[in-house]
Design a protein around this ligand. Structure first.
Ligand code: HEM
Ligand SMILES: N[C@@H](CC(=O)c1ccccc1NC=O)C(=O)O
Length: 285
């Protein structure tokens, strides 16, 4: 077989398929996806080989966070409008994205402490702690903390977005309002409050969820909502765990570039509970 044959066959396949080959007058793949901007946004500051991994890992994470927020906002609107079926679809997508981010740690973990130490000085005081999209997700899921607004003060546009997420009812707050609309007794303190304050678990809320979980057939969609929320928190917990473990692998107990204690701070965050009564009810079921 001559060397020209496979190439000729390749040309024939493209011709037979009728693939479009000229994009001088129409929109191409790269045009639609704005790939020039996307692929032109990696600007390593160090001479190290591994910085490209570090940048792309974070940029792809931020893209997934963007989609999570898009889905979360829509899911919140649906729960508010009693449209649970579309909300379930969106929440399940949010959980799958979080799982994707959990697996993404495997790629970053190929970077050794020696490799990271070489690029770390170039990061200066930047840190994931300053991710405004991450903070919006935390707030939309109900982990409210006013101190987390401060790192965004230098960007009034981002500050306004994070502040709006902080002041708004969270997904869990909306779920409890839904339970109340369905006739389940939710204390007034949990139906109308200062939503910027951290959520406080309440025995009556657990009782309401227990009613749902004790007879799923009578409350099937609320039962499904409860399990969707638990799926999401489960995936979030895994992400936090992989984060702190990866951080310990690469910087040990050094302080973080964001100014926190580093691993001890991230370990404290592992204690966060987003939807407390959905977990405690299991003991009492
Ligand atoms: C080698 C990789 C990484 C190291 C060493 C690292 C280290 C740290 C440290 C030490 C903190 C605490 C804040 C500080 O003082 O800086 C932190 C926070 C944070 N990091 Fe990372 N990180 C890494 C990768 C990532 C990745 C891939 C993401 C994905 C977006 C990420 C997102 C965050 C977020 C959102 C926080 C704030 C967490 C919170 O406040 O609960 N980090 N990281
Ligand atoms: N806080 C990290 C730095 C860091 O991880 C980071 C720096 C810039 C952009 C993203 C980062 N990732 C997550 O925190 C450290 O202390 O090494």
């Amino acid at each position: 077989m001559s060397a020209a044959q496979p190439a000729a066959r390749g040309e024939e396949i493209v011709r037979e398929e009728g693939a479009q080959l000229d994009f001088s007058q129409s929109m191409s793949y790269g045009d639609y996806l704005h790939l020039d901007e996307l692929l032109g946004a990696q600007h390593p500051l160090s001479p190290t080989h591994n910085e490209m991994l570090f940048i792309i890992q974070h940029q792809t994470s931020e893209l997934w966070l963007k989609l999570m927020l898009h889905e979360l906002h829509a899911a919140l609107d649906c729960v508010r409008a009693d449209a649970l079926q579309p909300a379930f679809k969106m929440l399940s997508r949010v959980s799958r994205i979080m799982e994707q981010l959990v697996h993404a740690w495997d790629v970053l973990a190929t970077m050794t402490p020696s490799e990271y130490t070489a690029l770390r000085p170039y990061l200066a005081s930047s840190s994931g702690f300053q991710s405004w999209q991450y903070r919006c997700i935390e707030f939309r899921l109900g982990n409210k903390n006013a101190a987390m607004l401060r790192p965004h003060a230098h960007r009034p546009d981002h500050l306004a977005t994070v502040e709006a997420a902080w002041r708004a009812p969270s997904l869990y707050d909306e779920a409890l309002r839904l339970l109340a609309r369905r006739g389940l007794p939710i204390p007034q303190t949990h139906l109308d409050r200062d939503w910027a304050q951290p959520y406080a678990a309440h025995a009556e809320v657990e009782q309401a969820w227990l009613t749902v979980y004790r007879s799923p057939e009578d409350h099937w969609d609320l039962y499904q909502l409860g399990e969707e929320l638990v799926d999401l928190e489960d995936a979030f917990r895994l992400w936090r765990f992989r984060h702190v473990t990866t951080v310990e692998r690469v910087i040990g107990f050094k302080r973080g570039t964001g100014g926190t204690g580093g691993v001890p701070y991230l370990r404290k965050m592992l204690d966060t509970v987003l939807f407390p009564e959905l977990w405690t009810l299991r003991t009492d079921l």
